[in-house]
Ligand binder design. Sequence first.
Ligand code: APR
Length: 240
Amino acid sequence: MEDLAQRLAAARSVCVLTGSGISAESGLPTFRGVGGLWRDRRVEDLASPRGFARDPHLVWTWYGERRRAHRSVEPSAAHVALAVLEDRIPDFTVVTQNVDSLHLLAGSRNVLELHGKMREAKCTRCDERRPLDDVLDALASGAPDPIAHACGGMWRPDIVWFGEPLPPNVLERAIDAARRAEVMLVVGTSGLVQPAASLATKRYTGAYVVEINPEETALTAHVDRSIRARASDVLPELAV
Ligand code: APR
């Protein structure tokens, strides 16, 4: 660990790619850890334009449960450690696949949310945005047509669904951060979803890449070092 701490201390530019595993210690389930099912429906069938078109209220029920779970947890020691490291390293970027806002709540500032954020809803037609909780409140209050927007569109979570492109400006900034990085940490991701996972490969970065994960992943063969441990067992040690 000393070697990694020294590399971080000497680095001008660091990029951290995170997945749901870093939020597992806050108490949120990982994606593939729950078997990818909710009320016996596949997550892919809910978090998709087709799933939303088929049953928007069911999709909103699922997101309502997830949003309530997000609001019931705190950032983990791992999230906090990354915020501490950001204050010490001149160029520090957190690129996250998570939509739970826990990096921001932990104090990280330079956070790129590749797969969107569950704080906001957007209109399917005019792209207007509003706090996601306002839609959940309208749904809970029994308001007529709570997910209809005046323009004729429907409110949906501002999340990147399966089969949808990532926000181009966010992806470009994430690729730039990966390219600049001298050290990259890959924390709590199975490395199965693209293009996020490829940011940690030689395709996008020349950094010294270290994976922190209790299990082997699709990225393990591509990284310079793989630490078989939980995020909160390693990151706070690097931030002392
Ligand atoms: N510390 C570090 N890693 C952990 C911990 C922990 N305490 N607990 C679990 N993990 C690891 C698991 O071993 C697994 O490799 O976190 C990873 C979680 O993998 P997934 O469940 O596949 O989640 P993720 O990689 O974030 O999924 C990527 O897939 O479903 C889509 O858009 C969704 O953003 C998500 C993307």
